[in-house]
Design a protein around this ligand. Structure first.
Ligand SMILES: Cc1cc2nc3c(=O)[nH]c(=O)nc-3n(C[C@H](O)[C@H](O)[C@H](O)COP(=O)(O)OP(=O)(O)OC[C@H]3O[C@@H](n4cnc5c(N)ncnc54)[C@H](O)[C@@H]3O)c2cc1C
Length: 456
């Protein structure tokens, strides 16, 4: 009789086009295991918004597996230890898993006991980043040439369907209950606004179905936060509830040549994994050492400004709308992420790492590679970055990208402000009740930031 194997689910909580599932399935009986491992990840343990998502995504995966006769075992502790115990209980000697690029996953892999064979498969990226190489077989650190080289490897392999039935071993195994993990907030329950999301594989497919009809307009609408012009697939992608190959084929099939601007964003996602594969500390360390001597503001005044930023009370409506959307839903539109991040770093002169940590805790799509690369890109500290001196002007960006409707829906104190005044109410001579004046003037902030930069 074939001995059972384990599928180690991580950021790949799906059954369709999941190469580890397919391999285990082809080999005989198997069970799925998810280990909540905060120990190996240390300070990179999942943030609060992601824990909410994880709870629902695991519920969905467990239900899907059970519907096919399979089983998802939940454990908590060091992944290597827990996998070893489950393997011992069912007599497994093989663990199948998809490949990930976060340093803590690699660490957990190397900690597996020698008696357990780990088989790793690709499938959570368009192409494995370690295979997208320069002419001299080096790694790329700049996006545009990376994307060019990646495209040469496209299309990805055709997505494979989920197994129709799963043959799971009938063995008693101690397992944790999701309810005991306290992944959902209770006191207070701040996740009311998260009801817009449907975590899980079916929810990911639904989000894709909703987005495809507007894909043709992506290039013109993607920067307009008042319009639903982007896919909102990022948390589904982070948790691996849908494969990039599935997205590639559906998008290219739907929009043909017009799919390129959107597929390029999936390329950015791959590039971010490429960077943390080369520079695992990228969320904590400047990409260029020069920036280690930057005199970011610290102390009580900086703390007060940071708090105002997190609460959406900077007096810059576009920034405040974004920060409130983030708090309420765990998400922020990409254009607004760039404006809000730039505001923290350049207008408030606060270290990008404080913002990165805030996003880590509050985003449902918080992703080590994507968060770190984007923060460093905005800050100008990274290996591929926007120059620091290019300072975004929120009061210009807001009308340029027609953010009025977005601001009215997120900043209740401004919901009645009409016309162009919505972008800069105090500048238009209004003093909306309960809404603060700008925390700092744009020109003053710009001069302070540029002066600080000359000091490094
Ligand atoms: C400061 C800052 C922090 C960010 N932190 C994260 C993060 O933690 N996790 C995250 O997934 N994205 C992050 N992004 C990138 C981007 O904002 C989100 O991926 C995007 O807003 C998700 O919305 P969407 O799914 O509708 O994207 P779409 O526009 O529909 O794009 C499709 C997919 O491409 C990927 N993608 C799009 N833009 C980027 C990008 N700039 N970098 C990497 N991948 C991208 C995402 O997986 C996204 O779901 C950050 C951007 C900034 C400026």
């Amino acid at each position: 009789m074939t001995s059972p194997s384990i599928v180690w689910f991580r950021q790949d909580l799906r059954l369709a086009d999941q190469a580890a599932v397919a391999a285990a399935h082809a080999g005989g009986p198997w069970i799925g295991v998810y280990v909540l491992d905060d120990e190996t990840a240390e300070h990179r343990a999942m943030g609060a918004a992601q824990r909410w998502w994880l709870h629902h995504s695991l519920t969905s995966l467990g239900r899907d597996l059970a519907g096919k006769g399979g089983r998802l075992v939940l454990r908590r502790g060091r992944a290597a230890d827990e996998l070893d115990k489950v393997a011992g209980a069912i007599g497994a000697d093989t663990v199948h898993a998809l490949r990930h690029y976060e340093p803590w996953w690699k660490q957990a892999e190397t900690a597996l006991p020698p008696g357990l064979t780990l088989r790793l498969y690709d499938g959570n990226r368009l192409a494995p980043p370690e295979g997208v190489l320069t002419g001299s077989r080096g790694r790329y650190r700049i996006f545009t040439p990376y994307w060019r080289a990646l495209k040469e490897q496209m299309p990805p392999c055709r997505p494979q369907p989920a197994p129709k039935e799963v043959n799971a071993p009938h063995v008693g195994i101690a397992e944790a209950s999701l309810a005991d993990w306290d992944l959902l907030p209770t006191c207070p329950d701040w996740a009311g606004g998260f009801a817009i999301w449907t975590p899980g594989e079916a929810g990911a497919r639904e989000a894709l179905d909703q987005f495809l009809p507007v894909l043709d307009h992506y290039d013109t609408d993607r920067d307009r936060p008042s319009v639903e012009g982007t896919s909102r697939l990022s948390p589904h992608l982070h948790f691996g509830e849908i494969s990039p190959a599935t997205l590639w084929y559906r998008a290219a099939g739907q929009a043909r040549g017009k799919a390129e601007p959107w597929l390029r964003q999936l390329g950015w996602r791959d590039f971010c994994a490429n960077i943390i594969d080369i520079l695992p500390d990228y969320g904590d360390t400047n990409g260029r050492e020069l920036w280690d001597s930057m005199a970011w503001r610290q102390g009580a005044a900086a703390d007060r400004d940071f708090r105002a930023w997190t609460r959406g009370r900077t007096g810059y409506p576009i920034v405040d709308a974004g920060m409130r959307e983030l708090w309420a839903t765990g998400f922020m539109h990409n254009r607004v992420r760039m404006i809000a991040a730039s505001f923290l770093i350049k207008h408030l002169l606060i270290d990008w790492r404080r913002g990165e940590r805030w996003f880590w805790d509050t985003l449902v799509d918080a992703d080590h590679g994507s968060n770190a690369v984007n923060w460093q890109w905005v800050a100008g500290t990274g290996v591929d970055s926007n120059p620091f001196g290019r300072i975004m002007a929120p009061l210009v960006q807001s009308p340029k990208f027609d953010a009025g409707g977005y601001i009215r829906s997120w900043v209740s104190e401004l919901s009645d402000v009409e016309g162009e005044a919505i972008h800069d109410p105090y500048g238009a001579g209004l003093a909306p009740s309960g809404y603060p004046p700008p925390i700092i003037g744009h020109r003053e902030a710009r001069e302070r930031a540029l002066a600080a930069k000359t000091g490094i």
